[in-house]
Design a protein. Sequence first.
Length: 84
Amino acid sequence: MYCGTLAGVVFSSFVNGFEPGKEMAFQVSFETVLISAVVALALMPYVFKKLVIMPNSPLIVRLGFFVQNGIFWQVIMESIRKLP
């Protein structure tokens, strides 16, 4: 599930770099992956706490939830920041 979150965070950096009218080039650097790995690791406790996933659901469904949380990591970090 960590890999799904990591994939979502990496994909999020690609989407944030997209600008209309420019050629799309998917370039992932080592720094992007390293920072994404740290962000995904920081998200995992919060995501596991907040997600209610049925254990008998298919793996692709569970993985999809974690990828989704990785893509919207900025929103989750803002939620974590607002915790008392």
